[in-house]
Design a protein around this ligand. Structure first.
Ligand SMILES: *Cc1c(COP(=O)(O)O)cnc(C)c1O
Length: 497
């Protein structure tokens, strides 16, 4: 299987695409053609556990990985770090929909699904292509991705992971999650500044030839784990197949029935993986793209015009969806225009020059045949969390509630009552304060920190605070480095010395 660049550049195999991250021409790697699963093959997934399903799907998307290595990678990723044996369980909610829970990993959010596997895919790819240096992952985080990367790379041989977070920009729980990380190959450094400062600093390090030389002299090579890497996307295809198999098993659908998925969306990686599953033969009906107030994707899918110009950035209670430029959308554009790299290059040029682009009627038609969209603002999210708990006995986090509210809207608006799965991307306890306020009223968190809010939520709902959070205040702090914005490169070299 060859991989193409969305900007039209030269091809490579999947393993090289994972090793490189971004194509030389600045494009994203996409498969030239998709594997094709028969209905019988999809039905046979029912008899397998998650690791078996992952191998069945990934071996077809990563044909240049050998079987023992891929099986070992999967075993390393989806094991004891998860607190549910199904890894990605599907539950019925209130008889009107199903929920795919992607938050049973070490950091209680869906990014674990990919970041637990990526390090293994990366080290295999490095070996395969003769890269003997240690793969050095550098991440700037506004909170959640950094911890998911640290947990994924933790003690994976041949890798090292260094995370920068803004000293004033993360919650106490998020900071504790990061600075208590174990492992002999993890580094966490606070930057005096905001998230943009941290991100700009990391980008500067990536383009600094002196830094690259210094790393090379130490036997290290710099790499990134961000969401445009093909190795982040493919693990996410698996759970759509797995969810379909689970619905078959419990008789909720018959083989071949189309299923709608409603996905809380930020960078467009999660929902695009569902589209890739569809292109590989999974019977998917409509993909419903759910946004919060940062609803640039709702407008795009409704009108064909993507515009960030003049759009305010909203900080919401679903922070992982507070995004204005959805990087993975470029992969969908490439598909919608018939793999025309010049066309995608022109659209991306419009976006960086003018802060907007418009697709033509043909592309818009193709887009709307597959996708629907909607958004829920913060008061709708609060109401949905309260309603879901009261009526369905279902405790949902703020991101999941965006999707749940949007799906209910979509159904009322369109009458499309095909079987539907809400993709649940975080544990309610990861955003315990917002969830508590939604259920118990605006004053419920007064005077309480994140941990006390979780305890109160637990007492109120009779559900358990996950161990990953409950244990945090008592874990030893292992990382205390702080640096100024202009000293980030130095701080990395000091950390690894
Ligand atoms: C990252 C994230 C999302 C958005 O996923 P994308 O792949 O960026 O669209 C939604 N919910 C949670 C909890 C997340 O961490």
């Amino acid at each position: 299987m060859r991989m193409l660049s969305t900007r039209g550049g030269a091809a490579s195999g999947p393993s090289l695409a994972i090793l490189r991250g971004l194509a030389d021409d600045g494009g994203l790697y996409v498969p030239e053609s998709f594997p094709s699963f028969t209905l019988r093959e999809i039905e046979s997934l029912q008899e397998m556990d998650y690791a078996g399903r992952a191998f069945a799907v990934l071996s077809r998307f990563l044909p240049d990985f050998d079987e023992p290595s891929l099986r070992a990678a999967i075993a390393g990723a989806y094991g004891t770090g998860f607190d549910a044996p199904e890894i990605a369980p599907v539950r019925a909610v209130g008889g009107w929909a199903h929920m795919l829970e992607l938050w049973h990993g070490p950091t209680l959010a869906f990014k674990d699904m990919a970041l637990q596997l990526l390090p293994h895919l990366l080290t295999y790819s490095a070996r395969k292509h003769g890269e003997t240096r240690e793969v050095f992952i550098l991440v700037a985080t506004s909170g959640d991705t950094g911890k998911a990367a640290l947990e994924g790379f933790l003690d994976v041989p041949g890798t090292r992971c260094c995370v920068f977070y803004p000293r004033e920009g993360v919650s106490r729980a998020q900071r504790l999650q990061m600075v208590t990380t174990r492992g002999g190959n993890t580094h966490v450094i606070a930057v005096e500044g905001n998230f943009d400062d941290a991100q700009t600093g990391v980008k500067r390090i990536f383009s600094d030839p002196d830094f690259a030389r210094e790393m090379d002299a130490q036997g290290r090579v710099l790499s990134s784990a961000n969401s445009i890497n093909y190795g982040r996307l493919v693990p996410q295809i698996v759970y759509y197949f797995s969810a379909y198999a689970d619905l078959l098993s419990r008789g909720a659908i018959r083989p071949g029935d189309a299923v709608n998925f409603c996905v809380p969306t930020g960078n467009f990686g999660d929902i695009l993986a569902a589209d890739y599953a569809r292109m590989a033969g999974l019977p998917v009906g409509r993909l419903i793209c759910a946004s919060n107030e940062n609803n640039v994707l709702t407008d795009f899918i409704t009108t064909g015009v993507y515009t960030v110009r003049g759009r305010a950035f909203h900080k919401t209670t679903s922070p992982s969806m507070d995004i204005l430029i959805s990087s993975n959308l470029e992969r969908l554009l490439f598909d919608l225009c018939g793999c025309d790299g010049a066309r995608v290059t022109a659209l991306m040029g419009d976006l960086s020059r003018e802060g907007r682009y418009a697709i033509d009627g043909g592309m818009l038609g193709a887009l709307q045949a597959r996708y629907a969209a909607g958004y829920a603002d913060q008061s709708a999210v609060r109401a949905e969390i309260a309603r879901a708990w009261r009526e369905d006995g279902c405790l949902m986090d703020t991101h999941t509630a965006v999707a749940s509210a949007v799906l209910r809207d979509y159904r009322a608006r369109t009458g499309d009552d095909a079987p539907a799965v809400i993709v649940s991307t975080a544990s309610a306890y990861k955003f315990g304060a917002s969830v508590l306020e939604a259920i118990a009223g605006p004053d419920a968190c007064d005077g309480l920190d994140d941990f006390a809010c979780c305890d109160k939520l637990s007492a109120l709902t009779g559900t358990r605070v996950p161990e990953q959070i409950a244990s945090l205040p008592t874990l030893p702090v292992r990382h205390s480095a702080v640096c100024r914005r202009e000293e980030m490169a130095r701080a990395v070299l000091d950390a690894v010395r």
